[in-house]
Design a protein around this ligand. Sequence first.
Ligand code: MN
Length: 247
Amino acid sequence: MSIIQRRTLLAGFAGAGALSLVRHGARAQAWPGATHALRYPFNVPPLTYGYAANEPSVCQAIMQLHHDKHHAAYVTNLNAALAPYPDLQRTALPDILGNLAAVPEAIRAAVRNNGGGHVNHTMFWQVMGGRGGAPEGEVLAALNRSFGSLETLKAKFNAVGVGQFGSGWAMVVLDRAGGLKVEARPNQDSPMMDGSQVLFGNDVWEHAYYLQYQNRRADYLKAWWDVLDWRRIGERYAEAKAGTLAV
Ligand code: MN
């Protein structure tokens, strides 16, 4: 067993105690499933598809840089920020992000930026690698209830993505009542920070598209729908409803 594997295992066992504390503690958990994953020391989850799987919408070079360098930097910086804080190391990341006010001020900005970056990108890789098209089943019904049609959702989502000034995300967010909304988040803020969850979202930081699209963010947003994995998004919707959506 490597040192890293052993550390991961130990962190998992340590986390089991923290989990029961959270479950039986005073703080209400809006999304109990969120406590099942994402513990220190964090790792970049491997892609479940090849770097070229999202071509031509997102080129291989962007996928490699984005996953292997940008996401990895968030994880490295997050681990470094938490290194001197054993209590926080025992807390699942969604619980940390859901209560940033409790994070020591010395590392609060680093945890917000890099923890947010870790959960946002973990979600992002999950919902890509597909062939676009249209959703089916329950998630289609939910999207239709909230937006009227897939075309209306896309138009609204793309407008929010183009309109996000500077770096950030366009997202379809689930509120606690199960409603779906299109919202932007600046920088690496996550809906977990305000008690919501994300069904899917697109990264509109320049690092996500500039190499291929330069200043044409609108073209990137439009092309991105062609690589969505609607099957996985349908699973995410079911997991959110069941309280088991991790990130
Ligand atoms: Mn990114």
